[in-house]
Design a protein around this ligand. Structure first.
Ligand code: GDP
Ligand code: MG
Length: 163
């Protein structure tokens, strides 16, 4: 089967927008544990001849903050277990949060490649906001804008380099 790329991060950072930008077609929806990470959506993707399957772990947006934290931990753990590459998405508009640090701690201890992606870098004026994410200890943050389709090629290059 194809290598798996999981997209993780707290609600509203733009995971699903990024996912839809990259994916070619939806392949399946998998029901998960009720009330936690309700569904995982699998999509097929391809870049420069390299095919892979992407997982978007969504459906936790309406939970309380405690539930979000535990759902995010579970999401990160699942991603580490299932994925060959983990794409960790953060948001330059809201900046670094405690929830981001929580997920980063789990991902730093994982034996899988993690790509730190700063989404919502919609224009050059947002680029100063990426530096604080170096504090997560996950290497160079890659700025992208899922909405404006900026730096998608760089992100895809990094993904396939790590497959
Ligand atoms: P998720 O909860 O992480 O899956 O986030 P969504 O993909 O649902 O996006 C949350 C919100 O952020 C939506 O209103 C999106 O339109 C917005 N969003 C996503 N990507 C970008 C981006 O690159 N720039 C800006 N300005 N907004 C974005
Ligand atoms: Mg989503």
């Amino acid at each position: 089967s194809k290598p798996i790329v999981a997209i993780v991060g707290r609600p509203n950072v733009g995971k699903s927008t990024l996912f839809n930008r990259i994916a070619k077609k939806r392949v399946s929806i998998v029901e998960d544990i009720p009330g936690v990470t309700r569904d995982r959506i699998y999509m097929e993707a391809e870049w420069t001849g390299h095919e892979f399957t992407m997982i978007d772990t969504g459906g936790i947006e309406l939970e309380s903050s405690d539930r979000i934290t535990s759902a995010m931990r579970q999401q990160a753990q699942l991603a580490i277990k299932e994925a060959d590459v983990v794409v960790f998405v953060v948001d330059c508009k809201t900046g670094l949060t405690a929830a981001d640090e929580d997920v980063a701690t789990i991902l730093r201890n994982a034996d899988k490649p993690v790509l730190l992606v700063v989404n919502k870098v919609d224009s050059i004026k947002d680029e100063n906001e990426i530096y604080e994410f170096y504090n997560l200890g996950l290497g160079d943050p890659l700025p992208v804008s899922a909405v404006n389709a900026l730096n998608m090629g760089d992100l895809l290059d990094k993904i396939v380099d790590n497959l």
